[in-house]
Design a binder for this molecule. Structure first.
Ligand code: IMP
Length: 178
């Protein structure tokens, strides 16, 4: 499929799964296998958008690890503060753990800032961010995004877990607004 229609918007193919997405995931997995070997990291998958990325990434991690989930929702439009609400929290003990957040996309960085601040106070051994996609032009924060699959232009994308108004998460490839 070269084009998809989701509600009122048309999207065109941007990143193909086999050619671009999977190699980016394999690159990040190789870095994690080096950096977290024998550290039993705790992957914290940020729902909903990261579920497909997390599945492909975590099954390529060779060592012992644990997996948890957090679900956050940002209120865009209704408030300019970028306020974030936590809908599902991490149950696991964070203290002295090597925590790796797994994000689908880092845009303004509001979500990332919230995630870091909420876990930092629990004294993890380390705290790093993994994201499949990063929009450097949209990013407004200073914090380092530690592991990046691909940098993309500041354009709205869907597919491979990412949605437009709830739709498009099931698309195997990533599409950009036409
Ligand atoms: P933030 O602006 O970095 O806090 O990004 C917040 C969230 O907005 C991300 O985790 C995504 O769920 C969503 N988001 C940002 N950019 C896009 C996009 O291009 N497509 C779909 N969702 C996006």
């Amino acid at each position: 499929m070269e084009k998809v229609q989701l509600k009122d918007k048309e999207f065109r193919k941007f990143l193909a799964y086999e050619k671009e997405i999977l190699p980016a995931i394999e690159k990040v997995a190789a870095q994690l296998n080096q950096d977290y070997k024998d550290k039993n990291p705790l992957f914290v998958v940020v729902l909903n958008g990261s579920f497909l990325f997390a599945a492909d990434l975590i099954k390529r991690f060779n060592g012992a690890c644990e997996v948890s989930f957090i679900k956050v929702k940002s209120y865009e439009g209704t408030s300019s503060t970028g306020a974030i609400k936590e809908l599902l929290s991490i149950e696991e003990e964070i203290k002295d753990r090597y925590v790796l957040f797994v994000e689908d996309i880092v845009d303004t960085g509001n979500t990332l800032e919230y995630l870091i601040n909420s876990v930092k106070v629990k004294n993890p051994a380390s705290l790093k961010i993994i994201t499949l996609l990063f929009k450097p032009e949209a990013y407004k924060k200073q914090m380092k995004v530690d592991y990046v699959g691909m940098e993309i232009e500041n354009k709205f994308v869907v597919g491979f877990g990412l949605d437009y108004d709830g739709l498009g998460r099931n698309l195997k490839d990533i599409y950009v607004l036409n």
